[in-house]
Design a protein around this ligand. Structure first.
Ligand SMILES: NC(=O)c1ccc[n+]([C@@H]2O[C@H](COP(=O)([O-])OP(=O)(O)OC[C@H]3O[C@@H](n4cnc5c(N)ncnc54)[C@H](O)[C@@H]3O)[C@@H](O)[C@H]2O)c1
Ligand SMILES: [Zn+2]
Ligand SMILES: [Zn+2]
Length: 366
């Protein structure tokens, strides 16, 4: 099959026509990928922020059509339209049983870049190719556990639906699931890329009263209001802390979302949140970055909270259909998230736009 191959960080991605992919095995489906969005988590491999254990097919925000199904798959048939999720829940493990499917121990493919049983199912020049973020969506086909391909109605355009797979699941989920935000809440979103814009949308859906968006890139601040920001801030030229104080009556925000992937912004979020407030780590900082809480006794005494967030703490089987219902009601903007469309041959230019924060999401037509 044809696909995009990243041999090493900081090298151009090449398009190859001779990638080998396995047939779907028991409980798996093979999906003919139609569209795949570019997310900063893919860029992490491209620019070397995230270490690579070998050559890979990047891409994990994908939609397509089921081509074939393996034994035992009864709920999907060839021809079904699907959105892929990087966290296919097994339904059996401790975490799935307690409704924390994003932590499914059998869906760690997102970390291993392999299928749950440890194979990648992909080969090039006789060597294994990894599945970027557990999917490898920048290719003609993906073999996926059947719970990782969520059926969608055929009238939903696949070219738009792909952005649900990561950006919307993660950003909206960070608000509705991880933070469990209540109506009327106040919040700040640090970083207004695809993930941050989806987080703004989540806050709007939750009924937040004050939604502050911070990003040094003017174009992104300009777009943020349409996604729900009630105030945008340039953190370089404006005093974000003073603005958060002013807009919350001197209390601080109920929720701070780090959506840029910079550890220092987690510390900023903790500072901006009120007593008892919650900071959600949505972004994925470089492996070597850490944070410090210089005065733990103050953190303790004012009951601040800090939590991680993988894929919006979503149960994808529930979350993706729910997001599509919100979209049908006009409450969720999927189309506006996509600011550029490119062919697979232009994938390097697409990543260049992402690295330079041009537009929001680029969708690659496979
Ligand atoms: N938790 C998850 O499951 C999950 C899922 C997808 C992506 N991510 C991570 O989320 C992060 C964002 O992804 P994205 O695709 O939206 O990336 P992006 O590159 O499109 O957006 C990041 C934004 O952060 C902004 N930024 C940089 N410095 C800033 C600062 N000091 N203050 C405010 N904003 C600042 C940039 O200008 C940019 O607009 C990445 O780290 C990505 O790896 C995590
Ligand atoms: Zn992503
Ligand atoms: Zn599980």
């Amino acid at each position: 099959m044809r696909g995009a191959v990243l041999e090493q960080a900081n090298q151009a991605i090449t398009i190859r026509d001779d990638i080998e992919i396995i047939e779907p095995r028991v409980g798996e489906v093979r999906v003919n990928i139609k569209y795949c969005g570019l997310c900063h988590s893919d860029l992490g491999f491209v620019d070397g922020t995230m270490p690579m254990m070998g050559p890979m097919i990047p891409g994990h925000e994908a939609s397509g059509i089921v081509e074939s199904v393996g034994a035992g798959v009864t709920h999907l048939v060839p021809g079904d339209h699907v959105v892929l999720t990087p966290a296919p829940p097994c339904g059996r493990c401790y975490y799935c049983q307690r409704n924390q499917q994003s932590l499914c121990v059998n869906a760690m493919s997102i970390m291993t870049n392999l299928l749950p049983d440890g194979v990648s199912g992909l080969e090039l020049d006789g060597a294994q190719l990894l599945r970027g973020c557990g999917i490898g969506g920048l290719a003609e086909y993906v073999v996926q556990p059947a719970t990782g391909a969520i059926k969608i109605d055929k009238d939903i355009p696949l070219e738009v639906a792909c952005v649900i797979g990561c950006a919307l699941q993660t950003g909206v989920g960070a608000v509705l699931n991880t933070a469990n935000m209540e109506a009327g809440a106040t919040c700040v979103v640090l970083g207004l890329g695809g993930i941050g814009m989806a987080t703004l949308q989540g806050a709007r859906i939750a009924g937040a009263s004050t939604i502050i968006g911070s990003d040094p890139v003017a174009e992104r601040r300009d777009l943020a209001t349409a996604f729900g920001a009630t105030r945008v801030v340039d953190p370089v030229t404006e005093d974000l802390a003073a603005i958060c104080q002013e807009l919350t009556g001197g209390i601080g925000v109920d929720y701070a979302f780090e959506a840029a992937g910079k550890a220092a912004l987690i510390e900023q979020g903790i500072g901006l949140s009120r007593m008892g407030g919650t900071t959600v780590c949505v972004g994925s900082p470089a492996l070597e970055e850490g944070i410090s809480i210089p005065n733990v006794v103050m953190f303790q005494a004012v009951e601040k909270k800090l939590c991680g967030c993988l894929l919006g703490s979503s149960n994808s089987l529930y979350e993706i259909p729910r997001l599509l219902r919100l979209w049908r009601q006009g409450l969720l903007d999927m189309e506006g998230m996509i600011t550029s469309r490119r062919t697979l041959a232009e994938v390097n230019e697409g990543f260049d736009d992402l690295a330079n924060a041009r537009g929001i999401r680029t969708v690659i037509e496979i």
